[in-house]
Ligand binder design. Structure first.
Ligand SMILES: O=c1[nH]c(NC[C@H](O)[C@H](O)[C@H](O)CO)c([N+](=O)[O-])c(=O)[nH]1
Length: 166
């Protein structure tokens, strides 16, 4: 029996009154697009209206923490506050230490951002050693060895917003 992973959803949460943001990096775009679509489709299946799923982009994963903070602030200023936000990025190890530094710093920054903006910030950063790992976690590898992690992030955003939203 598989142990790892979110497993069966123990309860469906009603997303019909929620407004959720997705902000994604544009590096490794084919994987990003699959993850974003997975999150969107799962949130829609939980009742979130398509017009209440707001998508923004930043150049790369390093820009996610600041971009997420400003994205949330601008939505609030425009009178359309978000109930949760899902930053999505895909980091794939290269031949330098760039991957390690960005992965570690962005992870901590996104974690700490929740207390600053008082909003659930879902961890949508894939930190992969190979392209194959990234494709598998977006559910688009040749053999579909894994489910699309973006779906988990969408479900997580709805649950956290319903339970602990602003
Ligand atoms: O989102 C990513 N950004 C990456 N770099 C760009 C970085 O996030 C910033 O956009 C850039 O350094 C400018 O600030 C990546 N790599 O370098 O490998 C990567 O794999 N994924």
């Amino acid at each position: 029996m598989a142990v790892k992973g979110l497993g069966k959803i123990d309860q469906q949460y009603d997303g019909s009154k929620l407004r959720i943001g997705i902000i994604h990096a544009r590096w490794n775009r084919s994987v990003i697009d699959a993850l974003v679509n997975g999150a969107i489709e799962r949130m829609k299946s939980l009742g979130v209206k398509e017009e209440n799923i707001i998508v923004e982009t930043v150049p790369g994963s390093y820009e996610l923490p600041y971009g997420t903070k400003r994205f949330v602030e601008k939505q609030k200023k425009e009178g359309k506050p978000l109930d949760a936000v899902i930053p999505i990025g895909v980091l794939i190890k290269g031949s330098t230490m760039h991957f390690e530094y960005i992965s570690d710093s962005v992870t901590h920054a996104l974690m700490n951002l929740q207390d600053k903006i008082h909003l659930p910030v879902i961890f949508g950063l894939l930190t992969c050693m190979t392209e194959e790992q990234a494709l598998a976690r977006a559910g688009i590898d040749e053999h579909h060895t894994m489910h699309n992690h973006g779906e988990d992030w969408g479900a997580c955003a709805v649950e956290m917003a319903v339970k602990f939203g602003p």
